[in-house]
Design a binder for this molecule. Structure first.
Ligand SMILES: [Zn+2]
Ligand SMILES: [Zn+2]
Length: 318
């Protein structure tokens, strides 16, 4: 089968042997996958990664023949948990200390004709949801995670800092849940997507001070956190979505004096993401910038790194 391999900053297309699902796992034939910023970081050598990336996908279960999932169109949660530890017992396999992660940590990713995942990671995709939209399930789940962590009242003043893929999804998800969302970004084209979804938007030049109940920091830059804290009103909450790999310089006095809560936020549950996708309320078509065949993965990675580009899709045999 055709598979994508990254190593030393380059992406290659290779022939690989078909994966054999372990007991409790299924074989999935890829329908479509999306390139995420994490994939680009892996390409650039984050964590010394080499191997097959890809964790945003939709596919058809192709085996084993006796699986109850056979033939179903699915998306899959990306953390493969041990199922036996304290975190797993609490239903928080996303924090299992011995987990592997699809396409990121010791489990081959989705950028291939076939991949494997445990049955317990699967979710059937509602028929109303297209393949192109289904690949957004994982990042939408990451946006929905905020709702599991922070109580956001209807009409609450929420700022989202950063108009990249995640910032745009967070803004849309929180607007769907009744928050009054203001997205701050740099790209008129991207801000327009949020405006179509009912958000207020501004170019992030002069940021308002101490105005928002909740500020979501999704700039992808180390400096974003200080701005997020200063935009948040006393007793407000800052949700941290940016992972940077170097220490972040931060004047903590403002957070202390204004009693602001800082909350780290990563992956989320797939169920609310699939419900939102099924509702058709998210503007996703505008977020797809380009589409490539699996065989053109190196070109797809190059495109995904261009300025202003949002989601790049990969499809086998396209
Ligand atoms: Zn991702
Ligand atoms: Zn565990």
């Amino acid at each position: 089968m055709i598979s994508v391999h990254i190593e030393n900053g380059a992406a290659f297309v290779r022939h690989a042997t078909m994966p054999k699902p372990k007991p409790g796992f299924v074989l999935i034939r890829l329908r479509a996958a999306g390139i995420c910023n994490t994939d680009i970081e892996l390409l650039r050598g984050y964590c010394g990664f080499r191997g097959r990336p890809g964790h945003e996908f939709v596919g058809d279960v192709a085996g084993p023949a006796d699986s109850a999932w056979l033939g179903k169109r699915v998306v899959g949660e990306i953390n493969l948990a041990c199922g036996a530890c304290e975190w797993c017992a609490r239903g928080l396999g996303r924090h299992c200390p011995t987990r592997t992660v699809l396409g990121i940590v010791r489990h081959p990713g989705a950028f291939a004709e076939f991949l494997t995942l445990p049955e317990s990671n699967l979710h059937e995709v509602p028929r109303q949801v297209s393949d192109e939209h289904a690949i957004f399930t994982e990042p939408i789940a990451a946006a929905c995670e905020i709702l599991d962590q922070v109580k956001i009242a209807k009409g609450a003043a929420v700022a989202v800092l950063g108009d990249g893929k995640l910032g745009l999804l967070v803004a849309q998800v929180l607007a769907c849940r009744g928050a009054s969302v203001h997205l701050f970004g740099h790209h008129p084209k991207k801000l327009r997507i949020a405006a179509l979804a009912g958000c207020e938007t501004s170019a992030s030049g002069n940021l308002p001070q101490a105005r928002f109940d909740v500020t979501v920091e999704a700039t992808g830059a180390a400096e974003g956190l200080s701005s997020a804290i200063s935009m948040t009103r006393p007793r407000g909450v800052v949700v941290m979505k940016t992972t940077v790999h170097e220490p972040v310089p931060l004047n903590t006095a403002q957070a202390v004096v204004n009693e602001i809560s800082l909350i780290g936020s990563r992956c989320g549950r797939f169920e609310p993401a699939l419900r939102l996708l099924k509702s058709g309320r998210l503007r996703l078509d505008e977020m797809i910038s380009a589409e490539y065949a699996l065989e053109q993965a190196p070109e797809a990675f190059a495109k995904a790194q261009e300025k202003g580009v949002l989601k790049v899709l990969i499809r086998p045999g396209a």
